[in-house]
Ligand binder design. Structure first.
Ligand code: BES
Ligand code: MN
Ligand code: MN
Length: 462
């Protein structure tokens, strides 16, 4: 009785304030906080300051902007009782570049609401999802107060590898002491089928440079007699998958955990409509490693993808040139127990070894991150599962997601803490793509679910 009375009070508060909750998020979305592009450095500071102010307004005891070598981290606390569990909320206020701008139906930093969705860069990843936690705090504070102690750590470099967050975490172990980490930066299967992410892939990211002749050449005078770095690079990249779409780098799969038939069966029981998947993407067929389903290919198997490739002449018309250099950016998604460092080294060794004599190959490692799997038999997971039951009336399905949040394994290692991935995005939200969006329903329901998590976790978390 008590519980349902309480949750309806929260629901009512959210409903009565929903317009303001949405408008505040829109204000945050107007700030172009693109971490990758230094042109937006000032906006990074503005987004951090916005969150600082809103956290203060929502009723934290303490909030500060922690400067780093890169973009600042917003840290806040609401500590009520040392005997209660402490939840450390993590999220990021930085967003991916909005390019290509011309593919957006409305400008990425001028949010609009259409058919119940908020369209803007960062709407789902991750400003909309971070802001749910700020409004969940306000809602609790304006009613009976918080159920657990809460800490907030909102960074500005997630989309560029979280290098400075790693340093911050290592230097602030005591300050960050908590019982669990709560993150809303993932998705659910659909609004009818809520789910909780229990697996994230790791990552190795490299940039390769292939150099042929010492200058660009006339492609008639020299073509056929000198190795063309673009031709060579394409051939080298093509050789990285075999006819079964298996990755050919020696040792690449050595540390990959194999799941039991039982585990694979459970994973494939999650609702998935292949036809819908194909239609949504406008493809006739799916592609991937032989012997695995689509959910397995993204959830439990490692991959290698070219993210960008360039070189030579790409301007208007035709220029007959045999270029001196070719480049590519390549990402590898990793699964337990692969290590980012080891895989990057395996790649470097293999890729340089397959280069023909006529070219020189350089491999430059970018950021990496380790994979993570979250146990479902923990009190954290149970509190999250119960939160979905309270707010959605359904038991969520555990899923393995293909994306990466490298700090999840870092928190595990540095702070000894498990994360709960209480995310509410949808595949159709177009994160990292043009026309990113976030459902108003997901936003408001997410706030309710977060509050239910705190309430459930207070009872079983310590
Ligand atoms: N929120 C995403 C990660 C994500 C997306 C997890 C969808 C599960 C489902 C995060 O902001 C992100 O984009 N991470 C990067 C990694 C980072 C090192 C650049 C990614 O996965 O590409
Ligand atoms: Mn994110
Ligand atoms: Mn992202």
């Amino acid at each position: 009785m008590e519980q349902s009375g309480q949750s309806s009070r929260f629901q009512e508060y959210i409903k009565n304030n929903q317009e303001r909750f949405i408008n505040e998020l829109i204000e945050l979305l107007k700030i172009p906080s693109v971490s990758a592009d230094s042109k937006f450095n000032k906006d990074m500071g503005r987004a951090a300051e916005f969150l600082r102010q809103k956290l203060a307004d929502a009723g934290v005891d303490k909030v500060e902007i922690c400067e780093t070598e890169g973009h600042p981290i917003v840290y806040a606390e609401k500590m009520v009782d040392p005997s209660l569990p402490t939840v450390l909320v993590y999220g990021h206020y930085d967003v991916q570049p909005a390019d290509p701008y011309e593919l957006w139906d409305s400008p990425p930093f001028e949010p609009v609401i259409k058919d119940g969705k908020i369209y803007a860069r960062g709407a789902c990843d991750d400003k909309g999802q971070v802001y749910m936690h700020v409004k969940a705090l306000e809602t609790m504070m304006q009613n009976e107060g918080v159920f657990c102690n809460i800490k907030f750590m909102i960074e500005g470099e997630e989309e560029v590898g979280s290098d400075n967050l790693e340093i911050f975490v290592k230097n602030n172990r005591e300050k960050l002491a908590a019982d669990v980490i709560l993150i809303s930066d993932t998705g659910i299967i659909s609004v009818d089928t809520p789910s909780i992410t229990v697996g994230l892939r790791g990552m190795s990211y490299v940039e390769v440079e292939v150099t042929g002749p010492n200058r660009d050449l006339h492609s008639g005078r020299y073509g056929g007699a000198v190795a063309n770095p673009i031709n060579i690079l394409c051939k080298m990249i093509a050789s990285l998958h075999d006819e079964n779409n298996h990755i050919t780098i020696p040792g690449f799969y050595d540390k990959v955990q194999t799941l039991s038939e039982e585990e694979r069966k459970t994973l494939n029981e999650a609702p998935f409509d292949l036809q819908e998947f194909k239609e949504d993407l406008g493809i006739k067929d799916v592609w991937g490693e032989k012997g695995y389903t689509t959910d397995e290919r993204t959830g439990i198997r490692p991959t290698l993808d070219v993210n960008g490739i360039w070189g030579g002449y790409i301007g208007e018309g035709a220029k007959t040139v045999l270029p001196s250099k070719a480049y590519a950016k390549i990402s590898m998604r990793l699964v337990p127990d692969q290590s980012s460092k080891e895989v990057t080294e395996l790649f470097r060794k293999h890729f340089t070894s397959i280069a023909p004599e006529g070219v020189e190959v350089k491999v430059k490692p970018h950021h990496g991150g380790e994979p993570a799997v979250i146990p479902t038999d923990s009190v954290h997971y149970q509190a999250a599962s119960a939160a979905f039951e309270d707010a959605w009336g359904k038991t969520p399905i555990p899923t393995r997601d293909g994306g990466s949040i490298p700090i999840v394994s870092l928190f595990q290692k540095e702070l000894g803490l498990d994360s709960v991935l209480l995310g509410f995005g949808l595949d159709s939200d177009n994160i990292h793509s043009p026309n990113e969006k976030y459902g108003v329903f997901n936003y408001l329901k997410g706030i309710e679910t977060i509050i239910a998590f705190h309430r459930n976790y207070a009872k079983i978390g310590k």
